[in-house]
Design a protein around this ligand. Sequence first.
Ligand code: AMP
Ligand code: ZN
Length: 112
Amino acid sequence: MDCVFCEIIKGNIPSTKVYEDEFVTAFNDLNPQMPVHVLIVPKKHIASANDLTEEDAVLVGKVFLAAKAIAEKLGLENGYRIINNCGEDAGQTVKHLHFHMLGGKSMGEKII
Ligand code: AMP
Ligand code: ZN
């Protein structure tokens, strides 16, 4: 399997890790769109949000608990935004489920 995030999780591709636990890892995005742009990635290879199954329900909760811990660690006390791109129309480029965590300044524009 040729998956860049699985290789990062295994340590075969370097990354700047900001958080890790049993279920998820989180590292800085290579192409940051905000002062803080972290990718929160489940260690289990799941291609997209649309490939989640009932047995992954707890794992998704772990992602949001990790976000809370990362926010505290990185000083995002004013808030942050979490985005998941799922599939082609959303422009998902890496086919391993991940959540963009953005923060570090006020986000003027909102899509929704
Ligand atoms: P998406 O478009 O939602 O699939 O987001 C994929 C994200 O992964 C993009 O923001 C890329 O900048 C980021 N990315 C791709 N390869 C790496 C890498 N090796 N290390 C860190 N971030 C990466
Ligand atoms: Zn993977």
